[in-house]
Design a protein around this ligand. Structure first.
Ligand SMILES: [Zn+2]
Length: 122
């Protein structure tokens, strides 16, 4: 029985889109305890204070996630049309520029190989 094998393109899409969920996750993790505390304050007899704040916070997190997804979708669209730097091993998109021991490099989002920018600059 074969296991689930991700192709390089699937890995690239996962690496590009996965971290976009972080704003929504963070907003929900903040909004959930906040709604519990606000509900406790309301049941304790106090005035309801900012009852829509958790919902607004989660909505802002979802909006930021959608914006990040849109940006990544534009990058993928450009990659499909041959624009943007691609990996010479697998053809996937390259990640952001990083500085390493042997100079600046970019990591492939598909196969994970490092591509030196030393020769590309000079
Ligand atoms: Zn690659």
């Amino acid at each position: 029985m074969e296991g689930c094998v991700l192709s390089y393109i699937n890995k690239m899409c996962l690496r590009m889109m996965g971290w976009c969920l972080l704003p929504t996750l963070f907003a929900v993790l903040v909004a959930w305890p906040m709604s519990v505390v606000l509900a406790l304050l309301a049941t304790a007899g106090g005035q309801p204070v900012l009852p829509d704040l958790p919902w607004q916070l989660a909505s802002i997190g979802a909006a930021v996630t959608l914006l990040l997804w849109a940006y990544q979708m534009i990058r993928l669209w450009r990659w499909e049309h041959g624009k943007g730097d691609g990996c010479f091993v697998c053809g996937c998109l390259l990640g952001r520029e990083r500085s390493g021991r042997w100079g600046p490099y970019r990591k492939c989002l598909g196969c994970g190989k490092n591509h030196s920018l030393q020769n590309a600059i000079s």
